[in-house]
Design a protein around this ligand. Structure first.
Ligand code: NAD
Ligand code: ZN
Length: 242
């Protein structure tokens, strides 16, 4: 990769580094993205299963899909892209990570300052009394009932059409506003709010670097587009930070 001296200086001198990651960063770990052939489960598209309507209509089907994803994800490990961001956190105390991923691989790789804006697939909550339950794959049954109130328990992830937690979103917006350098990694830009975060970062003066296999909904805000695999590009990028 050709990295100019000016860019290396930018890596050194920018404050409040922000990374925003999507499903693409976990692709090299073997976790399927949503928008690719391998993202399909049986004949369903994620957009038809990850919704409150789908859960109301057929909770069993939605749980089956989540159990399949949970089991699949539980066998996967972080890849060099996750580890690079964990290393960046160690190098820079003003680094923060916002992820759309629900797979927990950032935390598994050692990152601690991670905001999981779409939740975590290994956490569940009751739809009525908001009791939380950690997933125990060996015990999980389909349509599990809340021990507290008997209502349905659902994965604690943000579904299509649902609103973000206001406090979390405010924190994410303020990270984007303060950031002088933003790395956008492996996200298609099909989900609106994360793209807004990139726009906010850009409009507040951040230098935006996108890493993706293909141009995306974020590319219009990118000052630099690095085309390729996150697991190959990120470790090199992170090596320039001091
Ligand atoms: P997406 O599936 O819509 O898009 C994936 C993006 O990653 C694409 O732009 C693709 O070109 C890019 N990509 C694929 N492999 C890559 C690689 N090796 N290096 C760099 N880029 C690569 O994903 P999204 O934008 O994150 O939106 C999907 C939504 O689905 C999110 O809300 C997320 O919560 C959820 N999701 C999460 C996971 C996960 O937790 N791992 C997996 C699938 C979907
Ligand atoms: Zn309950």
């Amino acid at each position: 990769m050709q990295i100019s001296p000016q860019l290396k200086n930018r890596f050194k001198n920018s404050k409040n580094i922000l990374a925003l990651t999507g499903a693409g960063i976990s692709a090299e770990s073997g976790v399927p993205t949503f928008r690719g052939k391998e993202g399909l489960w049986k004949q369903y598209r994620a957009e038809d299963l990850a919704t409150p309507q789908a859960f109301r209509k057929d909770p069993k089907l939605v749980w089956e899909w989540y159990l399949w994803r949970m089991e699949l994800i539980s066998t996967k490990s972080p890849n060099p892209a996750h580890f690079a961001l964990a290393e960046l956190e160690k190098k820079r105390s003003d680094f923060y990570l916002i992820t759309q991923n629900v797979d927990g691989l950032h935390k598994k790789s050692g990152s601690e300052k991670v905001m999981e804006i779409h939740g975590n697939i290994f956490r569940n909550r009751c739809i009525s009394c908001a009791h939380f339950y950690d997933s125990d794959l060996s015990k999980l049954k389909i349509s599990i009932e809340c021990a507290n109130c008997g209502n349905l328990v659902r994965p604690d992830v943000l579904w299509f059409g649902e609103s973000y937690d206001t406090e979390l979103l405010n924190q994410a917006v303020s990270l984007a506003e303060r950031s002088e350098l933003a790395l956008v990694i492996g996200s298609s830009g099909a989900v609106g709010i994360p793209v807004e975060l990139a726009r906010i970062a850009k409009e507040n003066g951040a230098f935006v670097i996108e890493i993706n296999l293909d141009p995306s909904g974020y590319s219009r805000y990118a000052d630099l587009f690095l085309q390729g695999k996150a697991g190959e590009i990120l470790p090199e990028i992170v090596s320039y930070f001091v």
